[in-house]
Design a protein around this ligand. Sequence first.
Ligand code: ZN
Length: 116
Amino acid sequence: MEKQVFAVGDRVDKLCAKCDEERGHVVTTVTKRGLISRVSCPHCSTVSTFKLSSRTSPRMALKTPSPYDRTLTYRAGQSMIHQMFGIGEVTKLIEPGKMDVLFEDHLRRLIHAQDR
Ligand SMILES: [Zn+2]
């Protein structure tokens, strides 16, 4: 049995039925026991119920993304490697200069398009 406790915003890998692709999902609701009940796909925004059996192991990136650089302007779907958080994929641009990035463990908000 898996004893891991999850929190909203954590990342979990599963097959998205809509994208027909295995990808990182963001946990949107958890039970009182810390088990995942719902996840959403950052790619197509589909919210689905989560079963442990549907979980897949994180896959290795096919190629190493470029290092995160806050002076660059990112687009949704772009990958990066962050010094502290590892490999992440931009899921959403929030407002000018801010974006949500799904890392291997958690969704994080980063700045981008900053002046030097
Ligand atoms: Zn999807």
